[in-house]
Design a protein around this ligand. Sequence first.
Ligand SMILES: C[S@@+](CC[C@H](N)C(=O)[O-])C[C@H]1O[C@@H](n2cnc3c(N)ncnc32)[C@H](O)[C@@H]1O
Ligand code: SF4
Length: 464
Amino acid sequence: MLETNVTEFEKELNDLYDAFYDTSAEKPSVYFEKISANKLFYLVKAEGINDEYEFSLPPLSPLKEKSLRKRWALLSLYKSLSKQSGRTLPWGSFTGIRPTALAREAVESGEIKPFATTEFLEKEFLISHEKALLCTKIIKNQKGIIKNDHLVDFYVNIPICPTRCAYCSFISSEMKMAEKILPNYLEALVKEIRAMKELMHEKALIVRNVYIGGGTPSVLEAKDLELILKELSFKANEFTVECGRPETITREKLDVLEKYGVTRICINPQTFSDTTLKRIGRKHKSEDVFEAYSLALEKGFKVNMDMIVGLPGEKAAAVRKTISTLLELYPNNITVHTLSVKRGSVLDKAPSEIGFKNLAKILSETENALMAAGYKPYYLYRQKHQLGGLENVGFYRDEDICQFNVDSMEESSSIIAVGANAISKRVFSIENRIERQPNCKFLEDYIARLDEMIERKKTLFEKF
Ligand SMILES: C[S@@+](CC[C@H](N)C(=O)[O-])C[C@H]1O[C@@H](n2cnc3c(N)ncnc32)[C@H](O)[C@@H]1O
Ligand code: SF4
């Protein structure tokens, strides 16, 4: 157990403490104390450990000062836990989601010089050289970030799937549960989209990228997809629709997507082992991916494919087969996820055959194989409970970046988001701050409280 008087960062300190130990039995009693308010003294006590850390805060704005206090508290605890456990973590003392945004902001605020991001991440957060270098590559590959508060991205959420996958960490209903209220959901969505179009017209907001995600939007029938798509005539630069489950893809649906200007779709194998697919409750086979991909190529869509490293029962050979098949298919984008498992969940009891220690190696091997084949990393994020404290990375080939993914991961653009569990975001670039407005998580509440959510979004984008 971790005991601390540093209440303002208690959550982050506990996250870091948890990241060091795989099981509760391994967890030692640790006491983390802040001694003085002016000069920063941290004291870490555990069996065999009695460490003191001292930092001097320069005069700074309250926000910057808080961020430094947090950085140093976590760094102190990290050093002592690393000594206590004999372990290091790939992402060091960094407990957040977006390490690349952290480095980019340090450059933008003048804290560090451009091209010093690798050293900054290694020195200030003890992030491993390999991961710090990966972040630097990603920052260099993110070319399309534009700071213009009148450019927005538009997101539509369809949190419905054919069936539920065993590992899934997203809120989504199975179609057989959602079927009854689907017409009401679609009607509510259309109403919200129209209200947002009025708002954008009033405030002179221009849509740059559109993304329909979920869930599995392609679970909708062609006529229902059309109902939504015909509302989204924004003349955007890019338009993605997630069609993750290949068995939901038909020629008729792709015709509709093409008709309404969709440029990119996701077809997600996750793995090319049919045995694993069955084990994780995906209802497709590798063959379905090949068929759906051929249809998509015929139509000229750009294609993203998701894979997951660390799936239950998979050894290194299965992951290697997935990579080599992906490289043969050669989609425009490949997104590599590390399995995230909620502690105590069904999957937690059947951890990856690879073993947590080798997982980091296999993930590096996967990322390196993609880079050797000409793919470049362009966004990265971490999730809670990710095996080995690892990460998810998006790759592209040629110039085929999905700018929406960069904008949402780097929080570099406002996003108007509609649908259940969609979170709208307003970026105030001059003030360097962000405000969020979440919609209700579940379909029924979303339908019942739609007007309230529309009003809240109007308030979010009220002043310019
Ligand atoms: C929001 S999901 C939607 C994609 C689509 N419904 C599908 O399953 O193909 C996006 C991606 O997140 C990844 N994902 C979902 N749950 C995960 C988990 N527990 N750990 C790691 N990745 C996960 C999968 O690769 C998935 O394709
Ligand atoms: S299809 Fe995708 S979103 Fe739906 S349950 Fe499976 S992983 Fe989750």
